[in-house]
Ligand binder design. Sequence first.
Ligand code: GRF
Length: 228
Amino acid sequence: MNRRPTAILISGRGSNLAALLAAAADPSYPARIALVLSNRPDAAGLDRARTAGVPAAVVDHRTFRGDRAAFEAAVNERLDAAGVEIVALAGFLRVLTEGFVARWQDRLVNIHPSLLPAFKGLDTHARALAAGVKIHGCTVHLVRAGVDEGPILAQAAVPVLDEDTEATLAARVLEQEHRIYPPALAALAAGRVRIAGGRAIVTGAAAPAGALANPLPAPAAPPTPSTG
Ligand code: GRF
């Protein structure tokens, strides 16, 4: 099988990277992780890559002193040297220029911790709590020039509970991120994604039955035993 050489771009922890590495350890997974690239030398995800035996590189944005184009040229150089065809952003905290996004059009994918188009940008869990939404989640999407914009490949929803803190909500969402990112990247790598009128049509995937509602009606009280 022709596995598409894929780079994963990170800035930190790398738990989504770990999920993608685990999926790609299966030789039938349609993407091969050819490179993990971080803009921060201290990103914990770099160790995950090395442990998995995947080439890891650092292009430190600080050495480019705000020159985004030069930073991205250095990133592209690494990607090209590794023969990369698909780029997956996984907690990569640099905004990319239109030029970079155009170069990787429909081959650049991101995961965002909200149900887009709600809560673009940062602090999504705190903002979801402040807004009082009852359902929150995560989105895998193709990247377009606008921040957190682009055709949606997959989403997962979770309930927001009354007792949630930012941390508990983030953890519930993160679990779903790890669940939906590997199959979404697989669909892209396998050529099962078609763009139609700004929407992504993903073929060869099953749609779940049922719906998530929160809160549910209170369970009926058990009948009181008669004393007669
Ligand atoms: C994730 O919540 C992802 O959705 C967001 O940044 C976070 C990265 O976490 N873009 P990790 O580095 O993958 O653990």
